[in-house]
Design a protein. Structure first.
Length: 302
């Protein structure tokens, strides 16, 4: 096809035919709008008219296929529900509705499985007893998963001590989510999936650091996020804990060496080497700092 789409014929699937028809309808409407304008040159009007005729010509065999096969068609109302082809008592004649090509040819059960509670129960009276109706549907779930969004709107707990109430999500463990005037949680990232993604990144990203299991690495009350920071902090803690350095409190020195050991274990897990190998690689930097400190002290005493 000239527009880059795969060839669609009268024997293609309902979804393929309706996807193609939607594009042709838009092309036709766009060019008819140009051709009907009285502010353009005749040559542009002629080109638009020809493009509209071409779109209509390509659409006709596909329209004929629908008239012959009469597969199920479903229409989406923005901020509303998915409705069956035809009139619905919940809609006005002026209600905006869009053909949902992905659902074309689906029966009631298939549509409910894909779109869940978004399916109109007037158009599909048995929807509430079909599998999947108590869910947002496989389509919305897959889309939310791709975006890292949690679809739950029902708060597990609500804190109303502030001007804006905040709630927690029992599905994804997120906290501090604004609650609407209707008592629903606002759209929010899926906290548990976000935590899993971050944990995986701390294990696999060569620039990041975490514990051996990918948890947040906290040392001396501070989070260490990057491998580079971890190495710098190891050197700092070892310098503080070295008996050759400026500190004289042995208990504090031992604590500093403990912090360094904690960092070394994380670096060793990251590099899949032993703690001793990490310490051997970084210890020359500690020695250099100690020697510099000792030179400065000797110079000050003279």
């Amino acid at each position: 096809m000239e527009d880059g789409m795969a060839e669609v014929t009268a024997h293609s699937t309902p979804a393929e035919i309706d996807t193609r028809l939607i594009k042709l309808w838009l092309t036709y409407a766009h060019n008819r709008a140009i051709a009907d304008s009285d502010r353009i040159a005749a040559s542009i009007r002629d080109t638009a008219n020809q493009a509209a005729r071409d779109a209509a010509e390509q659409a006709e065999p596909l329209e004929a296929a629908y008239r012959e096969r009469l597969w199920n068609r479903w229409w989406w109302v923005p901020n509303g529900h998915l409705h069956r082809e035809g009139e619905c008592s919940t809609l006005y004649a002026s209600t905006d509705r869009n053909l949902t090509a992905a659902a074309s040819g689906m029966d009631d059960a298939q549509v409910v499985e894909r779109y869940g509670w978004h399916v109109c129960t007037v158009c599909v009276p048995n929807a509430p007893v079909l599998d999947g109706f108590r869910t947002p549907g496989t389509y919305a779930t897959a889309e939310a998963d791709a975006k890292g969004i949690c679809l739950n709107k029902t708060p597990a707990r609500v804190n109303r001590r502030y001007a804006t109430p905040y709630g927690s999500c029992g599905d994804c463990d997120a906290h501090g989510i604004a609650v609407t005037s209707l008592g629903n949680l606002r759209q929010h990232p899926h906290a548990r999936k976000a935590a899993d993604t971050a944990r995986k990144a701390r294990i696999e990203d060569p620039k990041l650091i975490g514990t051996a299991t990918g948890e947040v690495l906290k040392v001396d009350g501070w989070e260490i996020k990057t491998r580079r920071t971890a190495e710098i902090d190891w050197v700092r803690h070892m310098e503080n804990g070295d008996e050759r350095g400026w500190a004289s409190n042995q208990e504090w020195q031992a604590e500093q060496r403990g912090f360094a050991r904690q960092i070394a274990e994380a670096l060793a897990a990251k590099d899949r080497v032993t703690v001793e190998e990490i310490e051997a690689r970084l210890m020359p930097k500690v020695d250099a700092k100690i020697r510099k400190f000792q030179r400065e002290m000797a110079k000050a005493n003279h």
